[in-house]
Every structure is written in structure tokens, then in C-alpha cells.
Design a protein around this ligand. Structure first.
Ligand code: SF4
Length: 375
């Protein structure tokens, strides 16, 4: 029997994490894509071995929740049969590669993502920290700049490939032949210069001098993710990035699925917005402007429920208001400042304007009704 190696951080499938509602098993789909049979298979496995709920992470990974020590081995065996696992926990941790969901079969993005994957799973790959990751964002315009990554592959205004250390406003010109080797060199540079830091933007913010060549201005992201049609298929939203297994199975009937870091899924080739329970198809739905972590009781550190509270507040938000509801001051779901943050405490909710979940509150000890009045 496969025994789970339970850690308290950054779960994978082979290195899962214990949470308040059981073991969390995180799957990293290759190139962010699930074939229909894989998506349907994950739904079946999550129903049989988990609690029937699936999360889409902020890096486009899939988390099966509520797994038990007894059910873990069967789940892993099923995932392995569908070619969704890496060889070892170490390789799984290093293969932290986010890919623009708009890649097309046979295009340069697909080839670069495959080449980078091959290098990062190989023996001798840079031993980067577990949260360190790459973004292959090589469509004409960048779409992943708000997603977490440390080394980014993008295009400059002229369409040339550039390599970007996260936190830098400029990149280094590279070619499709040189970019992967240069990305690995940049990862090694990070390892040499990181001191106690775990992320590239911390090293850049601390004033480290990059190697020569990082002088090409980046394009600023203008793309705003939203449910709707794209040339590749239809994008649907998921409240809080969560979906029951029935919703995943329903989407799998419509086409292959591309995971995104936006709490949205792109359904390949869908000509109509899928009529599946549990998805958001209206780009004006206020739930798209609400971020909420797992909260209590599913997260053992949560001091109160988060998602039911967020659902109650959502209809009262103004059209330009964005809300983050956090089950504790850790702020996992949105580590950055938000216009409105509600943080659960042992004595009601704190309301923080333009800050993080851990920042000093503008108002404390609030009830749900107090928060709605204060908006
Ligand atoms: S912010 Fe707190 S309650 Fe929410 S998921 Fe993170 S640790 Fe749990």
C-alpha cells in the first residue's frame, strides 16, 4: 500500500497535505490540459476516494479534497494509470510550470513547455525551492502576469521571445533554441543569489544585480480573464475555484479542459457556453470578484467559515468592488493587498481596506450584517 508522506505545505499528489477535511492531493496537469477521459477519471476518483469536492488552485492545479489514509493508495493508483503523476515527489515539486491556456497543438508555446518540462524532470535539474515556478506565457500578448511564477517566458512588443525574472520590468532577448538553457541558467543564478529568499521577486527587490542582457521592456498585460468565447473554446468561471465532481464530469463531456490560474476553465472547442450546474457563465457575476480561502472547518487553521460569508456579501458589492475573505490572517487565497479584505478572527471579522489579510483593520469585531452595511 502507498503510504502518504504528509507535509504541512505546498501539497502535491505524491507529497499530499493534511487539512481539516482530510488529505489534499494536488495534481499538476501536463501543459495545464486534461483530456476528456482524464477529467472524467479525476471526477470518478475524487468521488470514490475524496469527499466529492475539487479545487482549482491559483496555479491552475487540481486539488482533490477529503482523501483518507485508507483511500489515498487507490487514488494514486488511478491517477498513475491516467499518466497524471510524476516519477517522484521531488520531480513533481520541480515541475512547477504554468502554461498560457491559449496554446495550440503544434505551436511554439507547446514545444517550449514540453522542452522545459523535460529539463525540469531530468536528473541534474536546478533544485529550486518548492514554491518556485515557471510561466510559459508566449502567446502574442502576456496573460499570466498576475499569476505566481518566478521565471517567465514572454514576448516583447516585436514578437521576439524574452526571458523575464519575476519582479523585473525587462527581459533578456532569447530564441526558441536558446530559451530553455537560458531559463535554467537563470534558475541557477537565483539559487546562487537567493540567500534565505524562496522567490525570485524577493531577490530582485533586494537589489541583486542580474547577469547582463536583461534590457528589453516587457509588454504590460491588458488581457482580463472572464467567462466567454475564445478562438480555442469557451471559458467558464468557478465560484472560489471550487467545483463538485459532477461539475467536472459535466465539463468533461463537452471537451478537453485547460486549467487556468484565474479560477476558470477553458473548455476546448466548445461553441456554446456549457450548460453545466456549478459554473459561472455571466462575466458580470459578482462571485467572480470574490476570493475566499477554504476557511473553517475544512482548513484546520480557519477561525470561521469563509465561502458562505463571501456568497452572502457578493450580491452587495459594487460593480467595481473586489473582495477577499480569509479564514485567518495568513491570507492564502490572496496574499496581495485587496480593495476590501474580510479576515476571520476569534472575535468576529476584521474589515481591512486596501490591505492584506494580516494588515491592521479599519473595523474589527464585525458580524456579517455589519460588513454588508460597511461596504
Ligand atoms: S488563510 Fe488561514 S484559514 Fe484560509 S486556507 Fe489559509 S490557513 Fe486556512
Amino acid at each position: 500500500m502507498t503510504t502518504p508522506e504528509i507535509k504541512g505545505f505546498c501539497p502535491g499528489a505524491l507529497r499530499p497535505m493534511q487539512s481539516g477535511d482530510g488529505i489534499v492531493v494536488r495534481i499538476r496537469p501536463f501543459n495545464g490540459r486534461l483530456r476528456r477521459a482524464q477529467a472524467d477519471g479525476i471526477a470518478t476518483l475524487a468521488a470514490a476516494h475524496g469527499n466529492g469536492m475539487i479545487d482549482l488552485s491559483s496555479r491552475g492545479n487540481i486539488q482533490i479534497r477529503g482523501v483518507t489514509e485508507e483511500s489515498y493508495a487507490g487514488l494514486i493508483e488511478g491517477l498513475r494509470r491516467m499518466s497524471l503523476l510524476d516519477a517522484t515527489p521531488e520531480i513533481e515539486s520541480r515541475r512547477n510550470i504554468l502554461v498560457t491556456p491559449f496554446w495550440q497543438t503544434g505551436d511554439e508555446t507547446e514545444a517550449l513547455a514540453a522542452a522545459l518540462t523535460d529539463e525540469m524532470v531530468a536528473e541534474g535539474a536546478p533544485q529550486v525551492p518548492h514554491k518556485f515556478g515557471f510561466a510559459v506565457d508566449t502567446g502574442k500578448l502576456p496573460v499570466l502576469q498576475t499569476a505566481s511564477a518566478d521565471i517567465r517566458l514572454e514576448r516583447d512588443a516585436g514578437g521576439g521571445l524574452i526571458l523575464v525574472p519575476d519582479g523585473s520590468t525587462s527581459g533578456k532577448p532569447v530564441t526558441s533554441e536558446t530559451v530553455i538553457a537560458q531559463a535554467l541558467d537563470l534558475a541557477k543564478w537565483f539559487l546562487k543569489n537567493r540567500d534565505s529568499y524562496s522567490r525570485m521577486n524577493q531577490v530582485i527587490a533586494d537589489g541583486a544585480t542580474l547577469p547582463p542582457g536583461y534590457f528589453v521592456p516587457r509588454q504590460a498585460q491588458t488581457y482580463v480573464p472572464a467567462p466567454g468565447y475564445t478562438p480555442l473554446g469557451a471559458i467558464v468561471g468557478l465560484a472560489f475555484g471550487q467545483l463538485p465532481v459532477e461539475t467536472l464530469a459535466g465539463l468533461a463531456k463537452q471537451g478537453g479542459l485547460r486549467m487556468t490560474p484565474w479560477r476558470m476553465i477553458l473548455v476546448e472547442s466548445a461553441r456554446n457556453l456549457p450548460d453545466v450546474d456549478g459554473v459561472i457563465t455571466d462575466p458580470a457575476d459578482p462571485l467572480l470578484r470574490v476570493v475566499a480561502c477554504t476557511g473553517a472547518p475544512a482548513c484546520s487553521q480557519g477561525l470561521a467559515e469563509t465561502r458562505s460569508v463571501a456568497s452572502e456579501i457578493a450580491p452587495h458589492l459594487g460593480v467595481d468592488q473586489m473582495l477577499h475573505v480569509s479564514g485567518c490572517a495568513k491570507g492564502c487565497a490572496h496574499p496581495k493587498p485587496a480593495p476590501l479584505t474580510v479576515t476571520a478572527t476569534a472575535h468576529g471579522y476584521d474589515l481591512i481596506r486596501n490591505g492584506r489579510a494580516s494588515d491592521p483593520a479599519d473595523q474589527t469585531g464585525l458580524t456579517l450584517q455589519d460588513i454588508i452595511k460597511a461596504l
